[in-house]
Design a binder for this molecule. Sequence first.
Ligand SMILES: Nc1ncnc2c1ncn2[C@@H]1O[C@H](COP(=O)(O)OP(=O)(O)OP(=O)(O)O)[C@@H](O)[C@H]1O
Ligand SMILES: [Mg+2]
Length: 247
Amino acid sequence: MPPILQVRQLYKFFDKRQGAAPVLRDVNFSVEPGEFVCIMGPSGSGKSTLLHMLSGLDAPTAGSIELAGRNLGEMSDGDRTLLRRAQIGYVFQFFNLMPNLNLLENVGLPLAIQGRHPGDHTATIRGLLSRLGLEGKEHQFPHQLSGGEMQRTSIARALAGGQPLLLCDEPTGNLSQKAGAEVMAFLRQICDQDHKTVVLVTHNPRDATFADRVLFLVDGALDQEHALHGPKLAVERIHEQLAALHI
Ligand SMILES: Nc1ncnc2c1ncn2[C@@H]1O[C@H](COP(=O)(O)OP(=O)(O)OP(=O)(O)O)[C@@H](O)[C@H]1O
Ligand SMILES: [Mg+2]
């Protein structure tokens, strides 16, 4: 099977002035279907910028991204949006739930956006909420939930549309240690059992232990040479690598 993501010679400049440093430079990597890839880097190293570009929400200054075999830079805005909706579930750092919709409605939103009727998929949505330990909370609103519950709802929403690729931006950044570990175990499970592909950015070494492969963003470049390969990486190994790379 071809890679679900193929990134080649990717550059991103926000500051267009001559001599300004790019946020990302010469980033090259690919992700195979079913893989769980973690990208680590310090705050401000371009992790969110990279995820935005992988999903086609932002365009690179140079280089190419192929998603499911299609070059995002060669597509019309409309086609790129359709491809994103078909391929990608996005888990945001700050949940991005709709405050005036209950859990069932929040999780059904991607189906509505895909032009399907969420009411026809209630069983699927309830099943997802139940797998995420949110049974009985279907009619609650986001402000009635804990941070961990909000993040699990946002993961249910990212899965509801059935997209094969999950992009997660520091999904445990605002959670307690325990809630964060539960979220990570669930993401590992959907990779193993549901054959989803997961690309997750984090600066939490504990999160990275769940990955099949850990890549490090150093000074805007993705350091392939020092990538770590799982499964079941030891947290000490990740700490060592971060120290060696001065992250
Ligand atoms: N829209 C933008 N316009 C200008 N500069 C931006 C924009 N978005 C991001 N940047 C800059 O790009 C750099 C990388 O930002 P990004 O949000 O990708 O970092 P990050 O690795 O996700 O950080 P964090 O771990 O804090 O979330 C930062 O210096 C940021 O100020
Ligand atoms: Mg970020």
